[in-house]
Each structure stands twice: as structure tokens, then as C-alpha cells.
Design a protein around this ligand. Structure first.
Ligand SMILES: *[C@@H]1O[C@H](CO)[C@@H](O)[C@H](O)[C@H]1NC(C)=O
Ligand SMILES: *[C@@H]1O[C@H](CO)[C@@H](O)[C@H](O)[C@H]1NC(C)=O
Length: 309
């Protein structure tokens, strides 16, 4: 009697744990829809069986109610989804990942796998924390050259056609969440609206990470790309690397030249065309100069006569 009750109890509680421990599973079509349409979506990317996956799913399930209450968030899982490759590279493949989308902007959770800490991280980071800077806003917002009052800036220079860069942005958001209130994090797209800023700081490899503090630049060129290393760098480790002075901002004319040079570098096929255009311009200028040597015929200026009625 007792043993059968015990058995029933064990059976029921394991049943309850299994049910509670499961997140709703979505396919990729539905996942993309959720991310596009919902304010807050938390996704566990996992394989059917993998190390640590069930435990992580259990932890997320245990805070699901709180996340719904606090954020009205969707908490779902995607199993063996190819979309996970948006966030992983190389040896990370196969590990479960938690990605937090806020209005579509992903944050790759890279902290301790602890339910309380995850809950706190999600609730406290409802907004994307990485600022997008471009050639117009960079100097104004960072005051990098003057080293003035806007605080320290850690800036990721990237290109939107570089896969490693695009994969890293979600982790950059996590790093920003961890440094919030102390260090400003930003990103500059050196292939788009940040061409001239990239050229100003001599960025030719991406991703590049520059730390701006009091008129100085510290280059993060450590091989480590884990969140903790970036945080440590910004919070003091930068002192161990050589610094450079911030070059003065570019003039609008410099920016124009930078963009033209960038375009030619990116499209070498344009080079002959640009050469021909240059020669044509020279010829036109030369022709005008030659023409203006000839005495010009005096031209009569016709005055329009108003008819007076
Ligand atoms: C994804 O799931 C939804 C139901 O949730 C279904 O209507 C849809 O056909 C599924 N799409 C694919 C590609 O399996
Ligand atoms: C994955 O990346 C592609 C291409 O950048 C994008 O269209 C898609 O929305 C991303 N999906 C997720 C879930 O991040």
C-alpha cells in the first residue's frame, strides 16, 4: 500500500516536473514572426539532447511566469534550429543558447546559468543598450577629441557584410548590459554611415574594438572574445595597453573624400571608369582654358522691352 502510494507520488511529481520543465516549442517561421511582432521574446536554442540543455530549460521554465508578469514576454524554445547560427561560431556550436529579443534586437545571454540572475538581467534590460553612431553623430555624442564629459566609450567597428561581426552584435548587447551606467557602448558601421569615422581611426579590419577615455584611444586586440574579457578591459585592463591620442574630427570635405576613396576601394571595377571620368574632366577644363584664350566676340545683350499699353 505504502509503496504503491510512494510510487504514485514519485510518478506524479516526475510528471509535474516534466510538464513544468518544458517550454513551448516553436518552428522557425513562427519564431521569426514572434520576434518581428512581439516586444519581448526569450528563446532557448537547443538540440534534442545535449549537455546542460534540460537543466537550462528547467531554469527558464521556472522564471517563465515572472517574465510573463514583468514583461509580458514570450518564453519559447527552438530545437535544432538553423537560426542559432546567427549567434554562434566555431566551437560554440551545440551548446544551448538563450537569446533575448527586445523589439527585435537580440541580446545573447552570456552570464551565469542561474534563474535569478537571468530574470534580473532580462527585466533590467528592456531597451537595447548599444548606441548606433555614425559620421554625423560620433564626435557630437562621444566628444572623443576633447575628452570631455560624456564618459568613456567602448566602440565596436563593424561591417554589415561581415558574418563574424553580425554574429557578435548580440554579445555586444550583453556586454553593454553589464557595463550599463558605467561605460557607454556603441557600434559604427564602417561600410555604411560610418565610413569616415572608420577612416579617422584607421580601422581596416573588422570587428575592431576601441576604447575611448579622456582623449585617448586604447585598442582591444586581445584574442579573447568572451564577455568577461571585454568587461575587464573597460573597467581597468585598458591601462596595460599602449594608448594613442584621438585624431581630430574630419571636415565635411574629408568625409566626402573618404567616401569616394572607400567606394573605389570596394569596387575596383569602378577604377577605370573613375580614371576615364577624371581624364574627361581634365579635358573639359583644358578645353575651357584654351577657349577662353581666344578673344571673345562682344555679345549684345538683348534687353526685353516691355510693351507699354
Ligand atoms: C510552424 O508551425 C505552425 C503552427 O504553429 C504551422 O502552422 C506552420 O505550418 C509551421 N511551419 C513549418 C514550416 O513547419
Ligand atoms: C538571422 O539572420 C538573418 C540574416 O541576417 C535575419 O534575416 C533573421 O531575421 C535572423 N533571425 C534571427 C532569429 O535572429
Amino acid at each position: 500500500m505504502l509503496t504503491s502510494r510512494l510510487f504514485l507520488f514519485v510518478f506524479l511529481s516526475s510528471f509535474v516536473i516534466t510538464v513544468l520543465g518544458n517550454l513551448e516549442q516553436v518552428n522557425d517561421t513562427d519564431l521569426e514572426k514572434l520576434i518581428a511582432n512581439e516586444k519581448f521574446v526569450i528563446v532557448l536554442f537547443r538540440e534534442e539532447t545535449c549537455q546542460g540543455c534540460d537543466e537550462l530549460e528547467g531554469q527558464l521554465s521556472s522564471i517563465r511566469e515572472d517574465l510573463v508578469d514583468a514583461l509580458n514576454a514570450w518564453v519559447v524554445k527552438a530545437v535544432s534550429s538553423p537560426l542559432v547560427s546567427n549567434f554562434t561560431a566555431g566551437k560554440e556550436v551545440g551548446k544551448p543558447l538563450v537569446v533575448y529579443f527586445r523589439h527585435g534586437v537580440p541580446l545573447l545571454y552570456d552570464g551565469p546559468l542561474n534563474d535569478e540572475i537571468m530574470l534580473e538581467t532580462f527585466v533590467q534590460n528592456k531597451e537595447a543598450a548599444v548606441s548606433h553612431l555614425n559620421d554625423d553623430s560620433f564626435e557630437h555624442l562621444t566628444q572623443a577629441a576633447s575628452g570631455a564629459t560624456t564618459g568613456d566609450w567602448f566602440v565596436m567597428f563593424y561591417r554589415d557584410d561581415s558574418e563574424p561581426c553580425m554574429k557578435f552584435l548580440a554579445k555586444w548587447e550583453y556586454i553593454a548590459s553589464q557595463l550599463k551606467g558605467r561605460i557607454n557602448l556603441a557600434k559604427v558601421n564602417i561600410k555604411d554611415d560610418g565610413i569616415s569615422t572608420g577612416s579617422r581611426f584607421g580601422v581596416d579590419q573588422v570587428p575592431a574594438f576601441l576604447f575611448f577615455r579622456q582623449g585617448k584611444i586604447f585598442n582591444y586586440d586581445l584574442p579573447k572574445l568572451d564577455s568577461k574579457a571585454f568587461q575587464d578591459f573597460a573597467l581597468g585592463w585598458y591601462k596595460n595597453v599602449p594608448s594613442k591620442n584621438v585624431p581630430s574630427p574630419k571636415t565635411p570635405f574629408d568625409e566626402l573624400v573618404d567616401r569616394a576613396v572607400f567606394m573605389l576601394k570596394e569596387n575596383p571595377l569602378l577604377l577605370p571608369a573613375a580614371g576615364i571620368a577624371f581624364i574627361l574632366i581634365l579635358m573639359a577644363v583644358g578645353f575651357n582654358a584654351w577657349k577662353s584664350r581666344k578673344p571673345e566676340k562682344p555679345t549684345k545683350t538683348k534687353k526685353s522691352v516691355k510693351k507699354s499699353n
